[in-house]
Design a protein around this ligand. Sequence first.
Ligand code: ADP
Ligand code: TRP
Length: 324
Amino acid sequence: MSTYLSGIQPSGLLHWGNYFGAIRQHIAAPAGGGEHFYFIADYHALTSSRDATELRSHVREVALTYLALGLDVEKSVLFRQSDVPEVTELAWMLACVTGMGVLERATSYRDKVERGLQATVGLFMYPALMAADILAYDSNFVPVGPDQQQHIEIAADMAASFNAVYGPVFTVPQPSISPFAKVPGVDGQKMSKSYGNHIPIFATGKELKKAVGRIVTDSRGPEEPKDPASVLLVDFLRLFVDEAELAQWKERVSKGGPGAPGYGHLKQRLVEAADAFFAPARARRDELAREPAEVDRLLARGAERARSKARATRDRALAACGLR
Ligand code: ADP
Ligand code: TRP
């Protein structure tokens, strides 16, 4: 039986990129069978968070988001990373068989430092903790967006290094990259909390309008024929409208002429379509937010299930390297 695992950092409100690049796959995957683990990567969030109250609230929001979007907690284990402290032990054991070069080559460390994040030891070690997350549950597949692929390759390297020294303790994982490659942000770069170019999943009303209003356009008028691939708004629309509707928009944009849609028109349709797409989940989120004890109970149950598996892996690793 295959095991699937993925995590999302509670470093802000989750956005369209997180949904189409990751969460949607996480929610759909259990239908194909196998074992599924999805977690809130709060230990990882310490690499950027400095505010305890804010972090606590983001952790809760990620849990609400997954539950509201339809994660079935009978078929998937939903938990908080820090409820499974065994992963920090595993991260240490893995770090001790990993050459510096492996982490030095990680592009996300350099990117994050360039963007102004403090260059801490924790940020540098981040891929080792992520490898521990993956290996703790004997994961075969790790569904993530393309930006996380390198981290999964590092996890596979670390597993192989440990196994080469101590015998077959860890399962070597594979990435499972979302077909929705990269969801763009309002500026056309990859959508990311840390670029400030994101649109939250549950944005509605004025907030949603304002966010969509920020999507960059150029000075070409509605009548000018345009290659749809050059219109960022078309890239956004494809997330929310069906293929037939998308084909119509593309055709009208590429033909141009009188009656062709202007950018304002495309934005208006995007607001409507996105609002309707997430409306049922938004209502469930608001309901669940009124039941914090129930959310705590679900997370505690998830933690228990996750921890028993991680403990077994940790014990195997400790024994293999002579600590038991
Ligand atoms: P952020 O860049 O906003 O901090 P994370 O790094 O926490 O997002 O990503 C959480 C998950 O969402 C990962 O699996 C990541 O690959 C996916 N993801 C994030 N942004 C995008 C995007 N713009 N397009 C596709 N997937 C994304
Ligand atoms: N690093 C991932 C991110 O920023 C979050 C994460 C932590 C993760 N541990 C993981 C993802 C294990 C997949 C598997 O998105």
